[in-house]
Design a protein around this ligand. Structure first.
Ligand code: KG4
Ligand code: ZN
Length: 353
């Protein structure tokens, strides 16, 4: 089918998203976030997120349909994130999508959230570049992917072995008393700090983890942020123990430098060693000013062309789900039926069910 009209549903974390696309054209991208309900806990509480999805789904759906000026009956297909993500949160979106599919008789496509973050690059562009890689950095993921074919051939090259980068920002912001979400707060205050004030550790960069190009170590393209978070906590404790005011801006800037340095250096290494000449940067942390600047600089130096979708398409949304499903449909993919379940750890190699 040429340019199918697809409605995509996203509910894997704290954003309830409904997006509508026609082929590779974006018609609507409506998102309702439960972020504020998580503020006092300093992180996303799954049960609260699930309940918020339930409350937000119908209003978000109605708004997206109105924004796109389409009726549910006009839609050619429905799509939903079935994983990876928070189990209970995924279930709300999947149940809603199945209900809509049964009520309307429309085909339903269950898609992979991570691959959808890449699929969003189709919108307005028509095609994705060849030799494509994707660097996804958010509160839920830190991953470098090789994308040979969006609908059928995506490979995980590296990922975090503990915290996601956004999670590290949120935890460090809490240690520094900067509130939640931590990313924007640290990004802001870091501008007033010295990024070289403290040399925080860059996880998994020792030779035993990196190995060499010929003989890669076990974590050549992987990241770890839990040691960095602990190092920040120790540093704050030391200032407090000595009765010295904590240099919050310097610590924030030095922490951010460590995160951005290790993310970008490993991502560019993975691209160079895997023949990737086009990189897409996605996820909520793609809004980070320092990450954008350093990624751009290092990609430039390595001859890699960098694409960063607009902020509203980088964070979790339903348009990316619809965009991926539209591509799958245009490639002749078959619908998922309604018997599938959610999979909180769906591997990136499964682009759709
Ligand atoms: O993609 P997203 O909206 O949701 C998921 O995590 O799936 O990303 C949210 C994360 C949060 O951890 C937040 O702290 C981080 O993105 N973030 C940032 C910035 N803006 C949002 N991190 C660093 N710098 C920013 N400017
Ligand atoms: Zn995401």
């Amino acid at each position: 089918m040429e340019a199918p009209l697809v409605l995509g549903i996203e509910s894997s974390c704290d954003e309830t998203g409904v997006g509508i696309v026609r082929g590779t054209t974006l018609l609507a991208n409506t998102v309702s976030s439960s972020m504020e309900e998580h503020v006092r806990f300093g992180g996303v509480i799954p049960e609260i997120a699930s309940r918020a999805h339930l409350d937000a789904f119908l209003p978000t759906l109605r708004q997206a349909l109105a924004e796109a000026s389409v009726a549910l009956e006009d839609v050619d297909a429905l799509a939903v994130t079935s994983g990876p993500g928070l189990s209970g949160a995924l279930m709300v979106g999947v149940a809603a999508a199945k209900a809509l599919a049964v009520a309307t008789g429309k085909p339903l496509f269950a898609v992979n959230h991570l691959v959808a973050h890449v699929g969003v690059g189709l919108l307005g562009a028509g095609e994705l570049p060849s030799n494509l890689g994707a660097l996804l950095v958010s509160g839920g993921h830190t991953e470098i992917l090789r994308v040979r074919n969006l609908a059928s051939d995506v490979e995980l090259l590296g990922s975090t072995i503990d915290d996601a980068a956004g999670e590290a920002y949120d935890k460090v912001a809490r240690i520094l008393g900067l509130g939640y979400p931590g990313g924007p707060a640290i990004d802001n205050i870091a501008r007033e700090g010295d990024p070289t004030a403290i040399r925080f550790p860059r996880g998994l960069t020792q030779p035993k983890y990196m190995g060499s190009a010929e003989e890669p170590g076990p974590h050549r393209y992987d990241w770890s942020f839990s040691g960095l978070k602990t190092a920040v906590a120790r540093s704050v404790e030391q200032y407090e123990a000595r009765g010295i005011p904590v240099p919050v801006a310097d610590i924030a800037a030095s922490f951010q430098e460590a995160v951005v340095d290790v993310i970008t250096s490993k991502a560019v290494l993975a691209c160079r060693e895997n023949g990737i000449s086009n990189l897409l940067l996605g996820g909520g942390v793609a809004s980070n000013s320092r990450l954008r600047a350093v990624t751009l600089q290092r990609c430039d130096d390595a001859g890699i062309s960098l694409t960063i979708p607009p902020a509203g398409l980088c964070t979790d949304n339903g348009a990316m789900v619809a965009a991926l499903a539209a591509r799958i449909i245009m490639d002749g993919g078959t619908p998922s039926g309604i018997a599938f379940g959610t999979d909180s750890s769906l591997p990136v190699t499964t682009t759709h069910l």
